[in-house]
Design a protein around this ligand. Structure first.
Ligand SMILES: C[S@@+](CC[C@H](N)C(=O)[O-])C[C@H]1O[C@@H](n2cnc3c(N)ncnc32)[C@H](O)[C@@H]1O
Length: 196
């Protein structure tokens, strides 16, 4: 995969949204760069990863290629703690498959999104893993998991064939406005005014 594939996997979930995004498991930044490219100048990305060296490389590339996008690296475990936000969007590319039971982290992500805010996931379209990708989840599985976590029905953005586990997909779901009304946030200041 190259930068064009990375952009194609996420663009349909990012475009049209406001600027403040959280990236989980950003690593050395293949998808951070794609996100920055789609957000453009004025974008703000907070990138969480437990690999501090990868985050340093990511920050260096971001400074060089996207100086007009604010980049905040956070060396942390995203299963234990997430920054408060709220965020217009969350991107998790090839990182949620390290978590066996994702229900807790999905609830935490949902609660950090503005009403209508989006979660974009990039994942192998497989339900059987290996030592490098221990807990992948197919798009079919993702549809059930996201809805069970109180998120909207996911929509497929794009799919790229992969020799490793068959294919990679990008999908977008959202914190629905009705779910948010049961909580504390009632305004709808960001993004498109529609349920996903
Ligand atoms: C396969 S890499 C993906 C990097 C990048 N998102 C990409 O797709 O190129 C997975 C990244 O998630 C990070 N990661 C995995 N579990 C994590 C956790 N619980 N907390 C923070 N980072 C985590 C790893 O350190 C690694 O940088």
């Amino acid at each position: 995969m190259d930068h064009r594939d990375h952009v194609a996997l996420i663009r349909g979930g990012v475009e049209g949204m406001a600027a403040s995004w959280l990236e989980l498991g950003a690593g050395d930044g293949a998808f951070t760069i794609a996100l920055a490219d789609v957000l453009g100048s004025g974008g703000r990305i907070t990138a969480v990863d437990r690999d501090a060296r990868a985050l340093r490389r990511n920050a260096e590339v971001m400074r060089g290629r996207f100086p007009a996008v604010a980049f905040t690296p956070l060396d942390d475990d995203f299963t234990r703690d997430l920054p408060a936000g709220p965020f217009d969007g969350v991107l998790a590319a090839n990182s949620l498959h390290f978590v066996a039971d994702r229900s807790g982290v999905l609830t935490a992500i949902r609660d950090r999104l503005v009403p209508g805010g989006r979660l974009v996931v990039v994942e192998y379209d497989a339900d059987r893993g290996n030592p490098w990708v221990p807990h992948p989840f197919s798009f079919g599985t993702w549809r059930r998991e996201a809805v069970a976590a109180g998120l909207a029905e996911p929509r497929l953005i794009h799919r790229v064939p992969s020799r490793f586990l068959g294919a990679i997909y990008g999908a977008v779901t959202a914190r629905t406005r009705s779910e948010a009304r049961d909580g504390v946030v009632h305004s709808r200041p960001h993004g498109e005014d529609r349920e996903e």
